[in-house]
Design a protein around this ligand. Structure first.
Ligand SMILES: Cc1cc2nc3c(=O)[nH]c(=O)nc-3n(C[C@H](O)[C@H](O)[C@H](O)COP(=O)(O)O)c2cc1C
Ligand SMILES: O=C(O)C(=O)c1ccccc1
Length: 389
C-alpha cells in the first residue's frame, strides 16, 4: 500500500496497543490549553496574544468555520498525491511553517530544532529575521532542505543589504517580506505583563551578529546590550516604505520574492505590478490590526485579482487539516502554519513540531479523501458552502 500522511492515525492506534498514547494532544484546542497551562505566562502570552480586543484573531477562526465542506462521493481517492508545485519547487504537501521569531522563549533548542523538524518532513521552514539564533547556524541545522528567509524590512538599507547577502550565502532561496509589521501593534496581553521578548535578550541574534548593524552602535554589544536592543527596536521596521521601494529588494535578491500580509485585492495587484512572485494573504494571526478583515474573508478577493499572475499563499487561523482544505478551496496554493507548531515546540521541542506537522497533514489527507479529492489542486470553491455567521 502506498504511504499516505493519513497513516499516522494507525501508527497512533497501534502504539496504543502497547499502552503508548501520543505525548501531545492531536486536538489543536487541547494543545493550546496545555501550552497555556505548562509554559511561562510571559512567553505563552506573547505567542497566544493578539492585537487590541482580540477580535481579529477570533474572526480568523470564525471565518474558516463559516465555510463548510460539501463532500463528494464515489470518486476514486484510493491513491492520493499531496505534492504541490509552487514558485518553481515541489513541496510534499501544500504546507510551510510560518515565520515566528523569538522561538527560544518557547524552548531552548530554538529555531534550529524547529527547522530540523520541518526539514525532516520536507516542509519548508521560513526563518524569521527576529530569530533567536543567527541565520547561518539555522541553515546548517537544516541540511540540504529548502530554506526560506523572512525579512523584516527595516530602516537601515545597509542592514537590509547585509541580511539579504547573508541569507543568500547560507542557501536561503525564497524571500518572504513581511509588510504588515512596520511597527509592533498594541498588544494588551503583553502590555499587562510588561513582557517584550527582545528586552529579555531574545530575537536580536541576526542583528547583533551583523556587521552593518554593529556599525550603528556607539559601544560593542557586550558593553551595552540594552542599547543594542533599543537600536534594534528603532530600526527593525520602517513605516516610511512605499511600493516603489520594492525595487531595492528585487535588485538584491536572486530568487522568488513573496510579500506577506496582503489583504486588499488592489494591494495584490500592486504586488504583481511590482514584479514579485507571490503574496501571503495574512493578518499576522490577528496580531497587528485589531478589527481587520478575517484573512479567510480576504482570500477569495485576492485570488480573483492575482491568482493567474502570482502564487497566493495563506495564513492566520489555520488549526486543522480541514482548515488547510478550506484555504485551498478559497484560492490559496498552500498555507503557512503558525501558532499550533509553536505550541508543539514549546511543549516537546523538535518532536513536538514533528507531531503537529503530522497531525495537520494526516487530517488534511483524510479530509481530501473523504471529500472526494485525490490531489490538493482539484479543490475549488465549489467544494464549500458558506453559512450565515
Ligand atoms: C509568537 C509569534 C511570532 C511571530 N513572528 C513573526 C515574525 O517574526 N515574522 C513574521 O512575518 N510573522 C511573524 N508572526 C506571524 C506568523 O508568521 C503568522 O502570520 C501567524 O502566526 C498566523 O496566524 P496563526 O498563528 O493564527 O495561524 C509571528 C506570530 C507569532 C504567534
Ligand atoms: O510578534 C510578532 O508577531 C512579530 O511579528 C515579531 C515582530 C518583531 C520581532 C519578532 C516578532
Amino acid at each position: 500500500m502506498a504511504q499516505h500522511w493519513a497513516d499516522f492515525q494507525y501508527e497512533i492506534y497501534l502504539n496504543g496497543t502497547t499502552g503508548a498514547v501520543p505525548r501531545l494532544p492531536t486536538d489543536p484546542s487541547r494543545l493550546e490549553e496545555l501550552a497555556e497551562h505548562r509554559l511561562g505566562p510571559g512567553p505563552v502570552g506573547y505567542v497566544a496574544g493578539s492585537a487590541g480586543d482580540g477580535s481579529t484573531a477570533r474572526a480568523n477562526q470564525a471565518a474558516l468555520d463559516r465555510h463548510r465542506i460539501v463532500p463528494r462521493m464515489l470518486r476514486d481517492v484510493h491513491a492520493r498525491d499531496l505534492t504541490t508545485e509552487l514558485l518553481g519547487r515541489t513541496l510534499p504537501a501544500p504546507l510551510a511553517l510560518a515565520p515566528v521569531g523569538v522561538l527560544s522563549i518557547m524552548h531552548p533548542d530554538a529555531e534550529s530544532a524547529a527547522a530540523r523538524a520541518a526539514a525532516a518532513r520536507g516542509v519548508p521552514y521560513i526563518l524569521s529575521s527576529a530569530s533567536s539564533t543567527p541565520l547561518e547556524q539555522v541553515a546548517e541545522a537544516m541540511g540540504d532542505a529548502e530554506r526560506w528567509f523572512q525579512l523584516y524590512w527595516g530602516k537601515d538599507r545597509e542592514v537590509t543589504r547585509s541580511f539579504l547577502g547573508r541569507a543568500q550565502a547560507s542557501g536561503y532561496s525564497v524571500l518572504v517580506v513581511t509588510l504588515d509589521t512596520p511597527l509592533l501593534a498594541w498588544r494588551p496581553r503583553d502590555l499587562d505583563q510588561a513582557y517584550l521578548p527582545f528586552l529579555h535578550g531574545v530575537g536580536t541574534a541576526n542583528y547583533v551578529t551583523d556587521p552593518a548593524f554593529r556599525a550603528g552602535l556607539a559601544k560593542p554589544v557586550h558593553e551595552d546590550p540594552n542599547a543594542a536592543v533599543m537600536h534594534f527596536l528603532g530600526l527593525f521596521g520602517d513605516a516610511g516604505h512605499t511600493w516603489p521601494d520594492l525595487a531595492f529588494l528585487r535588485e538584491h535578491w536572486d530568487g522568488p520574492i513573496v510579500l506577506k500580509g496582503v489583504l486588499h485585492p488592489d494591494d495584490a495587484r500592486l504586488a504583481a505590478d511590482a514584479g514579485v512572485d507571490g503574496v501571503v494573504v495574512s493578518n499576522h494571526g490577528g496580531r497587528q490590526v485589531a478589527g481587520s478583515i478575517a484573512a479567510a474573508d480576504a482570500l477569495p478577493g485576492v485570488a480573483d485579482a492575482v491568482g493567474d499572475r502570482l502564487t497566493v499563499l495563506f495564513d492566520s487561523g489555520v488549526r486543522t487539516g480541514a482548515d488547510v482544505f478550506k484555504a485551498l478551496a478559497l484560492g490559496a496554493r498552500a498555507v503557512l502554519l503558525g501558532r499550533p507548531y509553536v505550541y508543539g515546540f514549546g511543549l516537546d521541542g523538535e518532536a513536538g513540531v514533528d507531531h503537529v506537522i503530522r497531525c495537520v497533514l494526516a487530517e488534511f489527507d483524510l479530509t481530501l479523501a473523504l471529500s472526494g479529492h485525490a490531489r490538493p489542486d482539484t479543490v475549488t470553491r465549489a467544494d464549500l458552502a458558506e453559512t450565515a455567521p
